[in-house]
Design a protein around this ligand. Structure first.
Ligand SMILES: Cc1cc2nc3c(=O)[nH]c(=O)nc-3n(C[C@H](O)[C@H](O)[C@H](O)COP(=O)(O)O)c2cc1C
Length: 225
């Protein structure tokens, strides 16, 4: 029996190379006018993305590494910016939560393609406030809260009858107490000690700068792109 080809296209290299990237007028960044704190520049870029109506400007990729050094990466939603930190939320029992419990360091990357801008942050992660975690949980949709009350994020869903039972009992718990909070839900705080900004510039070399924290002071340096 002839085997089905895995790929339907034999010319992926040509197709991918033909795709445009970093198109339109892109201005780079003014390396002579960097703020004292790099979170101010993240705030400026995120605000610009929101103001310009870019799709899902608060979606970011979070990388973690577990106790065995294996690395994992996934998209999630940035929930808040505070003076020293970026916040996201998830289950402490998920693989990322287990990674963070074993190794509380993470890297977060945001990308706004229409602006040709990328921000990378790396630093330490904690979940300092049960109140913030609870408030974050209560802001989620009913569907999301019900799933999280079942609290099996990322485990194999093998038995649909059991899944229906678990979701039903989570719904019963929610109906009985709409303020209920899943015990493993965490508002995680990533406090960066390094941030990097990359900005495309049409018709000239792109710009890239990094800020590294030493105590309370941030030191900027320009990087080769
Ligand atoms: C656009 C987008 C936003 C997401 N936002 C979140 C989020 O805020 N929190 C979360 O736990 N998972 C979120 N997810 C799902 C994660 O990408 C991931 O599948 C899930 O958290 C399990 O990750 P883990 O197995 O590495 O722990 C989002 C996925 C997408 C595509």
């Amino acid at each position: 029996m002839a085997e089905e080809p895995v790929l339907q296209h034999g010319d992926w290299r040509r197709r991918l190379r033909a795709l445009p990237v970093l198109e339109g007028r892109l201005d780079g960044l003014d390396v002579a006018a960097l703020p004292a704190h790099p979170l101010s520049l993240l705030e400026e870029w995120l605000s610009a993305a929101i103001d310009d109506g870019l799709p899902q400007p608060h979606v970011a990729a979070l990388a973690t590494a577990g106790a065995d050094g294996a690395v994992a990466n996934r998209m999630l939603i940035v929930k808040d910016l505070t003076a020293d930190a970026v916040w996201f939320s998830s289950s402490a029992r998920s693989p990322k939560g287990v990674d963070l419990a074993a190794n509380p360091r993470a890297a977060l990357t945001l990308y706004w393609r229409e602006h040709g801008r990328q921000v990378r942050l790396s630093g330490t992660v904690d979940a300092p406030s049960t109140e913030v975690s609870a408030a974050d949980f209560r802001e989620r949709s009913t569907f999301a809260r019900r799933e999280m009350l079942v609290d099996r994020q990322s485990s194999p869903r093998t038995d649909e009858a059991e899944a229906a039972r678990l979701l039903e009992s989570a719904q019963t718990a929610l109906d009985a107490d709409p303020e209920i909070v899943a015990p493993s839900w965490r508002a995680y705080r990533l406090t960066p000690d390094r941030m990097e900004f990359w900005a495309a510039a049409t018709g000239r070399a792109h710009d890239r700068v990094a800020a590294t924290r030493s105590g309370e002071t941030w030191h900027w340096e320009r990087l080769w792109t």
